[in-house]
Design a binder for this molecule. Structure first.
Ligand SMILES: [Zn+2]
Ligand SMILES: [Zn+2]
Length: 116
């Protein structure tokens, strides 16, 4: 997978990819794990960063894509949505034809069920 989740350390503001984060059992509760920054070794916490390779903004959006779940900033969510729209031909007919017509038909059916 090309998009790696990235995290920004709340202590040193350094950005690390998820695979590089340090993990250990919490000595106070062995059922829990603590995550540490590989750069400053602090464990204060992390902010998730947009998964676009060059982007360092906070990941404020999450959405599923054919390549997996994405976490991005607002700008990259819109960019991904536009790519998806341009890719419309690859989507299944139901997704592509999501104009509301299907809903209208379903609604009409509920209002006037055919007689048996
Ligand atoms: Zn750090
Ligand atoms: Zn971004």
């Amino acid at each position: 997978m090309s998009n790696q989740r990235k995290w920004k350390c709340c202590s040193c503001d350094g950005i690390s990819i998820e695979a590089d984060l340090l993990e250990a059992i919490n000595p106070f509760d062995e059922t829990m794990k603590i995550t540490g920054c590989p750069l400053c070794k602090d464990v204060v916490g992390f902010t998730e960063i947009c998964d676009e390779p060059e982007c360092v903004r906070d990941a404020s959006c999450g959405f599923p894509t054919p390549d997996g779940y994405r976490r991005t900033c607002g700008d990259h969510m819109r960019a991904a949505e536009q790519m998806r729209a341009a890719d419309g031909a690859k989507l299944s007919p139901i997704e592509r034809d999501w104009s509301g017509e299907v809903e209208d038909k379903a609604w009409a059916y509920l209002q006037k069920p055919p007689r048996r």
